[in-house]
Design a protein. Sequence first.
Length: 832
Amino acid sequence: MEMDFSKIDRGKQEVSHLNSEAIQKKWQKKWEESKIFEVGESSKKKKFYVLDMFPYPSGAGLHIGHAFVFSLGDIFARFKRMQGFNVLYPIGYDSLGLPAENAAIKVGTHPAEYTKKSIANFMKQQKAMGWSYDWSRMVSTSDPKYYKWDQWIFLKMLEKGIAYRKKSAVNWCPKCQSVLANEQVIGGKCWRHEDCDVEIKHLEQWFFKITNYAERLLNGLENVDWPERAKLMQKNWIGKSHGTEILFEINGNKWPIFTTRPDTIFGVTFMVVSAQHPRLMELVTDKQKKDVEKFLKKLKSVSEKELADMEKEGVFTGSYAINPMTKEKVPVWAGNFVVADYGSGMVMAVPAHDQRDFEFAEKYEIPVKIVIQPDEHLAPERMTEAYTGDGKLVNSENFDGLHNEEAKEHISIYLKEKKLGKKVVNYKLRDWLISRQRYWGTPIPIIYCDKCGIVPVPEKDLPVELPKEVEFGKGNPLATNKKWMNAKCPKCGGNGRRETDTMDTFVNSSWYYLRYSDPKNDRKIFDTKKANYWAPIDQYIGGPEHITMHLIYLRFYTKFLKDLGLLKFEEPALRYFTQGIVHASDGEKMSKSKGNVIEPLDMINKYGADSLRLFLVSIASPDKDFNWDDKGIQGTFNFISKIYNYFENFESAKVSPKIESKLNKAIKEITDYVQDFKHNLAVIKIRSLFESFADGDVDKKSAEAFLKLLHIYCPFATEELWEKFGNKTFISLEKWPVADEKKINEKLEEQEKAIDSLVNDINNVLRIVGEKNKVSIYVIPKEKEIYEDAIEMIGKRTNLEVSIYSVNDKDKYDPEGKSKKAKLGKPAIYLE
RNA sequence: GCGGAUAUGCCGGAGUGGUCAAACGGGACAGACUCAAAAUCUGUUGGCUUAGUGCCUACAAAGGUUCGAAUCCUUUUAUCCGCACCA
């Protein structure tokens, strides 16, 4: 394609200082050398902790989503810093994790090497964006000095009975070659591989008893300022429900079941135990063994996703349960639709009043017994689906005639009196499975001794470091290093072997925010004074995808560490902001294969970091998804160019009440908007303030206030201009302007509106009557001044020669007597 | 299936009972500057219309509340997100 380079060059020249690397480099260097963003605990200022969720350092470097979310954090940190807080704004790297391991295998290097390079690359780009981190506090989770404390927490959890090992049905991702936590299974697929069905395996694994904290996790949500949807999602994830536990006798043993419908207990016609239930075989009679095994085998070959779509199926176990109310014997089935680790893994089935039970009963021809009768009379033979609504109890002995809601209460009380059951609360939340059969994670500090069994590695022997020499692709990599794996038992000194599983990557990120308070401490996890000074996080920022993963774990860890006595608070993040997702300009997800990826570095090179930052936060409300727009960033770039040119050639004028009014009003509005992350609106105010600057008389102080307002978005340009103004300080450390409400003059604003509407009127008429050269404006005498002040502007905006007359001026030029039409606030006009 | 969110002009996106044909940005168009510009400045950008702010049609669709609705309520439709056999 042919291009006219002379044109491009000239355009670029004019504004080249904006994207000039020189200025960006200059301030990066100055900030770094002067350590102005490094903070300590001795400050007299009030502390404020701003945190972005730390990134996983991928080899690809920063993507546009990073550029966006970290800019939000930086803007907020700069804002709070300027407002006079002692702001902790640290950064680190969540550098352990499967992607590093896989990427390293792919390119044939060691994960440690790969990670080191990636971090270096990230740092360079982060500095280019102008983010004001306290680099002295950087942490990296792959550093043994960091993960030592993961292991320490693990030991503490073991001590307190929170970490435990159990065999159960677990989720297995064949692509990760590892098990997954419940939170990491999304719609039956692996969270890392959306195309990969999760399989179910029965394995013995390490768990954290997060369910102990279910109630506190739920209640704590009331004390934090989070988006409603984030709270709701966590609430649903925890899934509290009230119900009744009822004991059924099977083969002489009591088996508890959980139900929210004790009112239907007289309608139980069978029981269903989960096919994944660990004690299933206890219920299976010899006669039924073959059938059950066949059924289980069939289930084994299907993934969790398929299981969810499958029809309800089951097989008779051969055992019978005794209904505690009726003493009736009902068959116990094993079924594919009962969740093994919710409640007790067994349910009472009431086909008349539960749709799932109904379908199952129909399939296997199990009787249906109606015990809730609504006004429109039900009969089993006419039913095509379960009746789940309200009604009066029937076929329920002494409880007949009760409304079913009442009956719930009565039956529960009756069961409790007879010691056959009790009211209980249940949660959907499952214990956190933390074992991973992969290399690049925190080693679990456990030794299996031939004699003593499970033995924790003593605290003094921490960290258990990852050995460098392992083989990948042959099962669990740690098991390939025999020298590392074989270890003496810390208890008896006998032969033992190390746990070869590592911990879930989410373990590392569950307490990192505390380590920032004391990142170099090698004697303790952190100094409790320091941690309690800085934490909790005052403003946390990160994507919505972490709501039911990271943010649950983070809250759990915080509560646990509080229980250890290390912390004085139990909510890690007081305020939380979720940013939207940046899509490609076509509205699609950015992906390499589609070729629609926007690289932050390219944008910095083309438009400068300031433009990129400002554009990202001003295109839409930052909590909403938006599409990238090349034209948009060009517009932002032009805007910054104008600002730059304006301030470079700035000459201070006398203080003007009009400018002061506008400035103070803008300060007030912008401050509120920034506080609420409404940067799109804040930027509009900045733009319109600049418009008024462009056609008004601006004094130096007002000009400087403007630069401060802009600084949080455009740190490089504003530092540079601040210096050009003759200041020796950093604008980064200047005070955020405070609005002087007394200087806000609403009357001036109204006058401006009056001028606007006059100009509109003139233009409106011009459009109708065609081109004219002159306009005569007739105003009410007391308004004359207002319009005379604006005479030049009116001329400019209408392209006419303007004369202004007072209506009572006897010598006014008014050939058609238009001046009679003049009203207060609405001058008359005559065009010719 | 359940739960949540959203729906505004050519586009992105403000606006939550009157001051709204609707901020701001982008685009488009016209004019100024210029040899020329994608730079800068000025204006126009739902329709009709008058030397003047009026009328009509509009804020997903249909109803409703109200003196008055983009804004409140109900239903419907579409899109997005979360959970998904939780008994």
